[in-house]
Design a binder for this molecule. Structure first.
Ligand SMILES: [Zn+2]
Length: 356
């Protein structure tokens, strides 16, 4: 629905015309501007789309009323939501839309819009109430008393390392807020607020920096007070609950409190030994590789596993090494490997006995 467009003008009809006239005008124009008549003509396509948009709004009683309010064809008096509900029938005053309508026609449309407006108001009041966390109540006093906003929840995916160390994460949330344009009053300058469509509240996006504590467990919930939906009648805001989901990356696997991983080493590291850095759930830790390390050999990093929930005592990390050759060997490297093989006649398969 666009305020800058005059849907009545687009369909070439009067402001107070009835549905029959809307249908007739649309049918005639849609036939005239149908894209099949002028294939590939952008102007016709756009016009056809515009006609469809105008028709879809004007043929729908609720949308038409909203549009009329938006355009100022119908105005509403500023009042509280309760008054709006109780006095729906008096809540608007039809404005003379221009010179084209007679007093009699105006009177006729007044009756029509009266009912539509009642329904419309009922509908948005209902929507408004649906956002309250408490059960609906017919008690007027209770409706005006402060009520806490609804709690909202969001899911946060963290790595195993983040779960162990804690982390600061940016969390995007969608929550119900007071409309900043009408300040929740629903009405601006006698017409329905076009920012919130007269609801007084909008769905707003917010990014929060959230501190995730260390040693957080899978499926645990973190409460962030006051970041839920807005409270009603001055009531406090609801809370935000973050559901923690720990991503089991393919790098680590778990066996109780023990953490397993595989780490590649170079042929020279395997032969000569050395110190390498190994990722642990806490970050990187140093690990010594002894000379003549075999591929598949396992090393234990004591106390680098997951902490026990009660005692806090940590399991171990078991590291399996795998010798990895670089690809695209240079001529010089190939020469050196040839020299190595000349240095020692080594057959690692000589002990393998094949059964016939
Ligand atoms: Zn508003």
């Amino acid at each position: 629905m666009r305020k800058d467009k005059d849907y009545y003008k687009i369909l070439g009809i009067a402001y107070n015309c009835d549905k029959k006239e809307i249908k007739k005008a649309y049918r005639e124009l849609a036939k005239k501007f149908h894209p099949d008549i002028n294939p590939g003509n952008k102007l016709y396509e756009d016009k056809f789309k515009e006609l469809g948009e105008a028709y879809s709004i004007l043929i729908d009683d609720k949308k038409r009323l909203q549009y009329d309010i938006l355009k100022g064809f119908i105005t509403t008096k500023e009042q509280t939501p309760e008054q709006t509900k109780n006095q729906a029938s008096k809540a608007y005053s039809p404005k003379k839309p221009g010179a084209e309508s007679s007093a009699e026609k105006n009177k006729k449309s007044e009756i029509n819009f009266d009912n539509i407006f009642k329904e419309f108001t009922k509908n948005f009041t209902k929507n408004f109430e649906n956002t309250k966390s408490d059960k609906k109540s017919s008690n007027e006093a209770k409706k005006q008393s402060p009520q806490k906003g609804e709690d909202i929840s969001s899911e946060v995916n963290i790595t195993v390392t983040e779960a162990f160390n804690g982390a600061i994460r940016k969390v995007n949330i969608l929550r119900v807020d007071t409309c900043p344009k009408c300040k929740g009053k629903r009405i601006i300058n006698d017409s329905s607020c076009n920012n919130c469509n007269g609801r007084g509240e909008i769905s707003s996006h917010k990014q929060l920096n959230v501190k995730i504590p260390s040693n957080v467990k899978e499926n645990s919930k973190i409460k962030i007070a006051g970041e839920g939906n807005k409270g009603l009648n001055g009531g406090e805001n609801g809370d935000l609950y973050l559901l923690i989901h720990i991503i089991k990356n393919s790098y680590f696997s778990f066996d109780g409190l023990h953490v397993h991983c595989e780490i590649p080493i170079t042929p020279s590291e395997a032969a000569l030994g050395g110190e390498i850095q190994v990722p642990s759930i806490e970050g990187f830790v140093n690990m010594k590789i002894p000379p003549e390390t075999r591929s598949g050999q396992k090393f234990k990093l004591s106390g680098e596993g997951l902490p026990d929930g009660n005692s806090g005592k940590r399991g171990d990390q078991i590291v399996t090494v795998k010798i990895e050759l670089p690809s695209n060997l240079t001529e010089r490297e190939k020469e050196l490997y040839k020299e190595l093989s000349r240095e020692r006649k080594f057959n690692p398969r000589e002990h393998i006995i094949f059964e016939k």
